[in-house]
Design a protein around this ligand. Structure first.
Ligand SMILES: [Zn+2]
Length: 200
């Protein structure tokens, strides 16, 4: 009945869902105290019905996350493409269509088989997703949040102007801070209350 395991494809409309899952995974893995249970929760929230991670899975996911962050920290499209090619060479297998034994719609996988290790699945699907975004938009596929004090990464699935923040909250926070900083510079009457918005 519940056959959503690994059915989020890396093609067409599902690029967005892989992007969202990847960003959540990377930001959760970046938390010092994130154990298998927290990562399983992220995977479940993104449609994986039976995520059971071993310590080895977690270690490999951390390694994959480091490679993906390296891609997202690229400062130019060219650098991002170069890093993505490196990641794809290291993690992706020949494209393979699967319907998971008739339980899902047909979709594309770049891992070696349907029961490949989680890290292989996560890295190869994310790599494909980022590569598609880069080639569609001709710009880096994401980045690190520009808000002061925020180190979360984001993946840019929009087609408008490039995104700079991990969330609406950080974008608002940065806008408010910029607005407050401008008159302050000339008025030289900095008030204590204006700096408190950073702390939340
Ligand atoms: Zn942020």
């Amino acid at each position: 009945m519940d056959t959503t395991h690994r059915w989020h494809a890396v093609s067409g409309q599902s690029v967005r869902s892989v992007a969202e899952r990847t960003a959540d995974l990377l930001n959760t893995l970046a938390q010092e105290d994130a154990g298998p249970a927290q990562i399983e929760e992220v995977l479940r929230a993104h449609g994986e019905s039976e995520p059971h991670l071993s310590r080895t899975d977690l270690r490999c996911l951390h390694r994959a996350a480091a490679q993906l962050r390296h891609v997202l920290r690229a400062s130019t499209t060219e650098q991002a493409a170069e890093r993505l090619n490196h990641l794809l060479t290291a993690t992706a297998h020949p494209p393979r269509l699967t319907d998971h034994g008739g339980t899902t719609h047909w979709h594309l996988h770049l891992d070696s088989h349907d029961d490949a290790p989680w890290a292989e699945w996560a890295a190869s699907s994310a790599g494909m997703c980022l590569a598609l975004l880069l080639s569609d938009r001709q710009r880096p596929p994401g980045g690190v949040c520009a808000a002061h004090g925020c180190a979360r990464i984001f993946i840019d699935t929009g087609s408008g102007s490039p995104r700079r923040h991990c969330s609406r909250r950080c974008a608002t926070r940065a806008r408010v801070a910029a607005h407050r900083a401008a008159p302050q510079n000339s008025a030289s009457t900095a008030t204590a209350s204006t700096s408190t918005s950073w702390s939340s």
